[in-house]
Design a protein around this ligand. Sequence first.
Ligand SMILES: Nc1ncnc2c1ncn2[C@@H]1O[C@H](COP(=O)(O)OP(=O)(O)OP(=O)(O)O)[C@@H](O)[C@H]1O
Ligand SMILES: [Mg+2]
Length: 337
Amino acid sequence: MNAMPSPSSLVLALLEAMEEPGLIIEGQRTTAANAAARQLLGDQIVGNDVRLAIRHPVALEAILARRSATIGVTGIGGVDREWELSVRSLDRQLLLVRLTDKSALRAAEKMRVDFVANASHELRTPLATIVGYAETLAEDGDLDPEMRRRFGNAIHGEARRMLRIVEDLMSLSRIEADRFTHPSERVSLQEIVRIACENGRHLAETRGCIIRLDVQDNLPEVAGDFAQLLQLTDNLVANAVRYGCGPKASEVVLSTRADGSMALLSVRDFGEGIPATHIPRLTERFYRVDAARSRDSGGTGLGLAIVKHIVERHRGRLEIRSRPGEGTEVRVWLPFA
Ligand SMILES: Nc1ncnc2c1ncn2[C@@H]1O[C@H](COP(=O)(O)OP(=O)(O)OP(=O)(O)O)[C@@H](O)[C@H]1O
Ligand SMILES: [Mg+2]
């Protein structure tokens, strides 16, 4: 092995302190790589020809020509991963190559684009129905009163649906806007679950179902936003009743207790449950397992997205557990005040 003129210990320390993958190149050789780079590209890159680490032709060309450059590169560490590769010279001999992961940024961008498309679609569907019925009402003077009433009702129903979507979207953006202000009220979860139980009673009765409370006495208060925690619990209870109550499941259990340093709120039903493949996506905006069924029962697909954002604002944790045929339990942990 020929001796490697090593970068100074300060350069190496800086390289190691970087979170993103970084390489020091001298001539055609990779003389050092930090932990992130070794993990991404393999330990064998250190001390070897730079072509072993970087295969992208444009990036290689810049490195070998010792030219500063910033290049978009895909496929390192996974086919879909996107990186920004930057080449900078540190002195007359050493080059620093840095890789910045752009995948998260791209994913966020995609989510935003998808969200606008989904929201437009969700609003367009009821709007198209309204336009159709309103046109008939305006143009057909001979329509009999019964038909007029039916069309009027349909328009009313669809308009209310649009209103619900818009209200949920506004609620979601308010919660997101408050994301960095930690809620400061002291909230009693016992009180929250009692009110949520009252709020859900009517819906439960129409499904032949009861909501059972299981509340630990003397549970300390949590640091929270009362209105948001009630909204969260109302949403979970409504889901449990709507999707979890049926002929074979006539109970929803709403419970709260201490779990270590956190308060645990749980909403459990004994309905059909949710197939595992859907669970990770339930908190996405407008995601529904069975869109037709959810729409029939008035759902907009925003409820669990709202729940997730409220939990995040409270620095809490959310877990959805479900077994098809056995039911669903949603658990929320919240820090005590
Ligand atoms: N307890 C549950 N049991 C079975 N499926 C559920 C349960 N809770 C939620 N889901 C499924 O998850 C989907 C998303 O729920 P979410 O609360 O986000 O929206 P929604 O209930 O359809 O509409 P919204 O809550 O906005 O009125 C539901 O459409 C339903 O398919
Ligand atoms: Mg819901």
